[in-house]
Design a protein. Structure first.
Length: 263
């Protein structure tokens, strides 16, 4: 596991965006780059920098195929709380050459969630898997909507959201947790860790415990983020504020081994 510690959120996002851009540039029409994407506040800075690079002609998305992590059940994609809307509003609508047919987002309005999720896994497999899955984690360490105690081998499926998650996400629903859908479709922990690389963004004091559990804790389905310890291509990009619960030795270790690495 690599842990990239940056001074603040903006620098963390710049590092992550340029890391992803360097990977995308190595791919062509015959060999597209398969990119897993999250929603939430953590990736917004990354999306802004990737879009800026794209608009400036520094980076093409013509040969990128994306798969999003999750979607609420029962929300039409035109509603501004849906993750389809979030992704288009914050990212896809700002790209000049991303092909709409290469954008994959789970359909929360499906009448057959099981078939929808199975088809999603099959489509990922048809591309040979995901090259890089970017994500964030919750304060309880959950990845996508894989709440604590979700199997670390789980695949894309229907998830029940905890009360805590609905409260956290209620800021998008008029601060009314009862308006937050109780279910979502989500890639599994195993879906994420099957990717060749996983890049997780962790920022802010409120994520400090989750970062410590991810890096220093035991591998446990109580903290689904801890599955990254078993991944050979796992990268954590974090800011100083998120490092508050790392031991001093761990903090110094990652600063030392990454000090000469550009990306």
């Amino acid at each position: 596991m690599r842990v990239i510690i940056q001074e603040d959120y903006d620098k963390m996002c710049l590092w992550a965006a340029h890391y992803i851009a360097d990977k995308i540039k190595n791919h062509t029409e015959d060999r597209p780059f398969i990119l897993g994407l999250p929603t939430g506040s953590s990736p917004i800075g990354v999306y802004k920098e990737l879009a800026r690079m794209n608009q400036a002609g520094e980076l093409s998305f013509a040969y990128v195929v994306s798969f999003n992590m999750d979607e609420y059940v029962g929300l039409d994609h035109d509603l501004d709380q849906s993750y389809w809307y979030f992704m288009h509003d914050n990212f896809f609508n700002h790209l000049v050459d991303m092909k709409p047919e290469n954008i994959n987002i789970l359909n929360g309005m499906t009448e057959d969630p099981e078939a929808e999720c199975a088809a999603y896994e099959e489509k990922i497999a048809s591309y040979g898997g995901i090259n890089l899955f970017m994500g964030g984690i919750g304060v309880d360490g959950h990845i996508a909507f894989n709440e604590p105690f979700t199997s670390l081998a789980s695949r894309t499926g229907l998830r029940t959201l905890t009360t805590d998650t609905r409260i956290v996400n209620s800021r998008f629903f008029g601060n009314d947790s009862e308006k937050v859908p109780a279910y979502a479709l989500s890639v599994g922990v195993g879906t994420v860790t099957d990717s060749k690389e996983v890049l997780i963004l962790i920022n802010g004091h409120n994520k400090a415990r989750a970062l410590a559990k991810t890096v220093e804790g035991n591998v446990s389905h109580k903290w689904t983020c801890s599955a990254l310890q078993m991944h050979n291509g796992a990268i954590i990009a974090c800011d100083e504020a998120a490092c508050g619960e790392l031991t001093v030795d761990t903090y110094k270790y990652f600063l030392d081994i990454e000090k000469d690495q550009r990306l």
